[in-house]
Design a protein. Structure first.
Ligand SMILES: Nc1ncnc2c1ncn2[C@@H]1O[C@H](COP(=O)(O)OP(=O)(O)OP(=O)(O)O)[C@@H](O)[C@H]1O
Ligand SMILES: [Mg+2]
Length: 293
């Protein structure tokens, strides 16, 4: 399924600023790059708020069935970046996006793209679990209902809760409020809600920062399972988490220009093992060893 309705002509040349299309190379020790199916091609991405630059120079590829971690100090633009991947910045007043984001080869910012279709295919989970004040069942059924995917709704709900490793804990209380669950369960409920519409991609912005170590470990185990079917991008402040769960890591940092304006930029993107053992930029090494940021 495509995000651009069939029968309409491409306008990508006029709606975006195409950037470099050079491939992004990882370390030489693993699978050749051409063996990876690229889900997102991101070239020279920059975001401004009210004209002020927030983040720039983001060029990287995100591959299918991989977990890509985004790390960097507070304010470097991690959330801003991840929101570009499902057009959430469209909803932020004053935000403008420059550069190119292709999703399965199609320009995500093409004028003909339906943002509702994009957000169905690219789900998002936030820092604080945010269940709706509805039953567990209705939380998970919400997306399928508004997307008119009501066929076999009970099965869809069970499948999503099973995928989110929550089914066994809630199967006897589906009519209870989602807000009555623990924080870790609420976060898995939000993951189930995102999975219920059968997305391709799960974007997670610090999904464990409000959770204890046990709930965090459950979510990390879950991510490992989910990547067999989904492509995951996770923003995290937790270095160990990035090292444990991700296949690739993007490190962003903040720079201050001559006029004192701070903005973020991508410093390095590579296989996670490379980033954590042989980073090529001293700023990356400084950050991951705790000397900076
Ligand atoms: N809605 C907004 N309006 C204006 N400026 C914003 C908005 N959201 C973020 N910014 C600015 O953009 C920059 C990047 O913010 P962002 O939230 O993306 O950083 P972050 O890396 O996610 O930080 P943190 O680790 O603290 O979550 C910051 O300077 C921030 O003040
Ligand atoms: Mg953030």
């Amino acid at each position: 399924m495509t995000i651009i309705p069939t029968g309409s002509r491409s306008m990508s040349e006029v709606t975006t600023t195409p950037g470099s299309t050079e491939p992004v190379l990882g370390s030489e020790h693993e699978l050749p790059e051409e063996a990876r199916e690229i889900v997102f091609e991101i070239r020279n991405l920059a975001v401004r708020y009210g004209g002020a630059l927030a983040v720039r120079d983001v060029t990287l590829d995100i591959a299918a069935n991989e977990i890509t971690a985004v790390i960097g100090p507070s304010g470097c633009g991690k959330s801003t970046f991840i929101r570009c991947l499902n057009r959430m910045n469209d909803l932020v007043a004053g935000a403008t996006v420059e550069g190119l984001v292709r999703f399965h080869g199609e320009d995500l910012y093409d004028q003909r793209v339906d943002p509702a279709t994009v957000r169905r295919r690219i789900g998002m989970v936030f820092q604080r679990p945010n269940p709706f004040p509805k039953s567990i069942y209705d939380n998970v059924a919400y997306g399928p209902r508004i997307n008119k995917m009501k066929h076999n709704l009970d099965e869809t709900v069970e499948r999503a809760l099973t995928h989110a490793a929550l089914w066994d804990e809630v199967k006897d209380k589906l009519k209870k409020s989602g807000l009555a669950l623990s924080g870790g369960q609420q976060q898995r409920l939000c993951i189930a809600r995102a999975l219920a519409v059968q997305p391709d991609v799960l974007l997670m912005d610090e999904p464990c920062s409000a959770l204890d170590p046990i709930a965090t470990a459950r979510i990390e185990d879950l991510m490992e399972d989910l990547k067999r079917e989904y492509t995951i991008v996770i923003v995290t402040h937790n270095m160990q988490q990035a090292a444990r769960v991700s296949d690739r890591t993007a490190f962003l940092t903040t720079e201050v220009d001559d006029s004192g304006h701070r903005s973020g930029r991508l410093v390095e993107f590579d296989r996670t093992a490379t980033i954590f053992t042989h980073p090529s930029d001293p700023r990356t090494e400084g950050y991951i060893t705790g000397r900076f940021g």
